[in-house]
Design a protein around this ligand. Structure first.
Ligand code: ZN
Length: 277
């Protein structure tokens, strides 16, 4: 169930400002260039089909939520139907592809690029057997993409107030970063300030700035206002963030027997949410 969005209705009028320029070309099947949906669905007819690209490091599920918000969708179910129909109609993708692939198509990106830049698969599936070494988001690994492509690691959504502040300066709206949702990362890797937890039940349905405006956030009690110089924590943060940039899993044989590797993978896997798509 989406939160009350009436106070954010102005966002729809602001779509031309909110949609970034520099749009990547769409597959040559009619083009994702803003052609209105032809379905008989009322929601599809009302939703503005303008392309809303993911922002840098934006988490896939948060991108979907922001897209639904900007397009004025009244429910997550309605948006999902629209996404499936529009990605097939305008971009030519099959209706049974993973939701991540649908989002990639509608954003004008390949599933592999989208997975590497916007999913958490690099942290959720660190290593694989030789037979399963395909890139994250690749057709050969479609079952992994279906299972993991839209997941995050923490049980709650987190944001950095300084990132929000900078986002509101430019481009005038905020978004959820993947690096803030990594298990064990309690500070913003960019600003080195404590992250804030969103208390809302459907955090991705609104933007970080909205949760802050509503006061539905909770400051983490970390015992320090800024990240203390701590070699272990800093190194952990660097490695976790680097995993997100990986195009494919490591080979299991490279990690087996290396000190701490098993513990690392177990730690990263513990926080995975297991909701199906
Ligand atoms: Zn930040």
């Amino acid at each position: 169930m989406f939160p009350d969005r009436s106070q954010f209705s102005g966002l729809r009028r602001a779509i031309p400002v909110l949609v970034r320029s520099g749009v990547a070309p769409c597959p040559p099947r009619g083009g994702c260039n803003g052609v209105a949906a032809s379905s008989s669905s009322t929601e599809s007819q009302e939703m503005n089909p303008a392309r809303i690209e993911p922002m840098q490091d934006e988490l896939a599920i948060a991108h979907a939520g922001r897209m639904a918000l900007f397009l004025g969708s009244s429910s997550s179910q309605g948006f999902n139907l629209w996404l499936k129909r529009e990605s097939g109609r305008s971009c030519g993708v099959s209706s049974n592809v993973p939701r991540l692939t649908q989002l990639a198509a509608i954003a004008g990106m390949s599933s592999i690029d989208y997975a590497r830049q916007h999913s958490m698969m690099g942290a959720l599936r660190v290593a694989a057997r030789p037979a399963d070494m395909a890139s994250y988001g690749a057709h050969e690994g479609v079952n992994f993409t279906k299972r993991l492509g839209m997941l995050t690691q923490k049980a709650d959504a987190h944001l950095c107030p300084r990132c929000v502040e900078e986002d509101l300066d430019h481009p005038k709206f905020s978004w959820f970063r993947r690096t803030h949702q990594l298990q064990g990362i309690d500070w913003c890797p960019t600003h080195r300030t404590p992250l804030i937890k969103v208390r809302g039940s459907d955090p991705w349905a609104l933007l970080p700035q909205h949760w802050m405006e509503r006061g539905e956030v909770e400051v983490l009690k970390l015992g320090a206002s800024d990240l203390d110089p701590n070699g272990f924590v800093n190194r952990f943060m660097e490695i976790a963030c680097a995993l997100l940039e990986r195009p494919r899993p490591f080979a299991v044989r490279l990690l087996v027997g290396r000190s701490g590797a098993g513990a690392w993978i177990a730690h990263q896997s513990r926080g995975c949410q297991t909701q199906p798509e």
